[in-house]
Design a protein around this ligand. Structure first.
Ligand SMILES: [Mn+2]
Length: 430
């Protein structure tokens, strides 16, 4: 193992400064939970077993459709991105996997890349294909679609790219391919709504056929953007229909921002699980549309309700229960490492709170139509400040009690600003 990016001495020194207060808070919360019949150590063990992947592209400043404002010390290649993701994992101990994106993260030697990641304490999560933008030297443009394009050679090019992603993923130790296409239309009449889905399904089935036995194909739906009139896989309905048509290895991926406003996402989660098609999540938050804001920054209660459904799903597995969790957000105005640290903590908090729900009381209240007590079963869990449980789990796993404090004191970003070449201006990513 190479040396991790943040000084172990710094982490140890700050942890010892916070240790007494943490013990105090943990003991007090333990007594409170004990009165409700909950063993805090058991919850802490659940938290210790939880993890969420970070996207390689999340290490850079994203941007909006209008602009991207780089910061000094931002990563410009997969090696630097891995190093930044290693910082998030070293401090948080909850993000041990990175989700790569191709062709953005292409290298000549994937065996070496896997070893490089492992030396930083990281593995690889789902591989993401990209047929929503053209690359240098590409034979056919995706301007009019990729998997659903009218032109068969364009569709085949998109299929070939996805199969290449699978082949790369096998070398990296991944077992999921996430497919999101921007295919759709901006004008009524631009394409036939039925036949464009036919073309998508035909092309997607060729990718599906190339999946190794232990792989899954995660279909990510998105309501709009870049297409603003219709999108081929626009919602969870289109997604589950496509996944059902493709076969058992095809599952649906729920990006929290990819819905119409005010949609009941936790109900979608329950529906997808009911039919064995819940594949995973891209965590972010939104206020108006697909804003890609930091997870839980706008509506942490919704995130909690999603995890509440996941606990129910785990207790009632249908065709297994193995959703993949990933952060997928665009960091426009923050240091991406700080946003990922903060988001990983928020996501884990919602996971922990969902573990605290008194299921027996909830189910009893539901059975007797006691609406208020059913609601209170959720509300009581949501109201608990679980921060000491997360901090204790982090501490025991070698992370930092106060992740943002340790990160800032390390001056990691300013050190990288000296070492790394400056990032160019440019358009944002979606
Ligand atoms: Mn996403």
């Amino acid at each position: 193992m190479t040396e991790l990016p943040i000084s172990a001495d710094l982490i140890a020194e700050r942890n010892s400064a916070h240790a007494e207060a943490l013990e105090d808070d943990y003991a007090a919360l333990g007594r409170k939970l004990s009165r409700a019949g909950i063993d805090i150590d058991a919850i802490k063990e659940r938290v210790a077993g939880f993890s969420v992947a970070v996207p390689s592209w999340g290490a850079g400043r994203g941007g909006t459709r209008f602009a991207k404002f780089p910061i000094a010390g931002e990563p410009t290649n997969i090696h630097e991105k891995l190093e930044d993701c290693a910082v998030v994992q070293q401090l948080s101990r909850v993000t041990p996997r990175v989700s790569p994106h191709f062709p953005w993260d292409k290298v000549s030697d994937y065996k070496a890349l896997r070893e490089e990641a492992a030396s930083l304490g990281l593995g690889f999560d789902a591989v993401n294909s990209n047929t929503f933008q053209d690359q240098q030297g590409q034979a056919h443009t995706y301007a009019n679609g990729s998997l659903a394009a009218q032109d068969s050679a364009t569709r085949q090019q998109a299929v070939d790219h996805n199969i290449e992603c699978i082949e790369i993923g096998v070398q990296l130790g991944s077992t999921d391919l996430t497919v999101w296409v921007g295919d759709g239309t901006n004008f009524p009449g631009q394409q036939d709504l039925g036949r464009s889905l036919d073309r998508y399904l035909e092309a997607a089935s060729k990718i599906y056929a190339a999946l190794p036995d232990d792989w899954r194909m995660l279909l990510e739906h998105k309501m709009f953007e870049p297409a603003f009139y219709s999108t081929v896989i626009s919602d969870w309905g289109s997604s589950i229909l496509a996944a059902q048509e493709l076969g058992p290895k095809a599952k649906c991926l729920v990006d929290l921002g990819h819905h119409a406003p005010n949609v009941n996402i936790e109900q979608i989660v329950a529906r997808l699980h009911r039919f064995g098609k819940l594949g995973g999540f891209h965590f972010n938050d939104s206020k108006y549309g697909d804003d890609d804001l930091d997870s839980g920054s706008i509506n942490p209660h919704q995130l909690f309700l999603v995890f509440n459904e996941l606990v129910e799903a785990e207790l009632n597995p249908r065709d297994g229960f193995n959703p993949s969790y990933m952060i997928d957000q665009s960091h426009n105005v923050t240091d991406p490492i700080e946003s990922m640290l903060s988001s990983a903590e928020t996501i884990t908090q919602c996971f922990a709170k969902a573990q605290l729900v008194n299921r027996e009381a909830l189910h009893e209240a539901q059975a007797s139509n006691d609406t208020m007590m059913a609601f209170q079963a959720l509300r009581r869990a949501y109201n608990v400040d679980v921060a000491p449980i997360l901090a204790k789990a982090r501490l025991e796993a070698g992370g930092a009690i106060d992740v943002l404090e340790a990160y800032r004191l390390s001056q990691y970003r300013s050190r990288k600003a000296q070492e790394r070449k400056a990032v160019g201006l440019g358009a944002g990513i979606v």
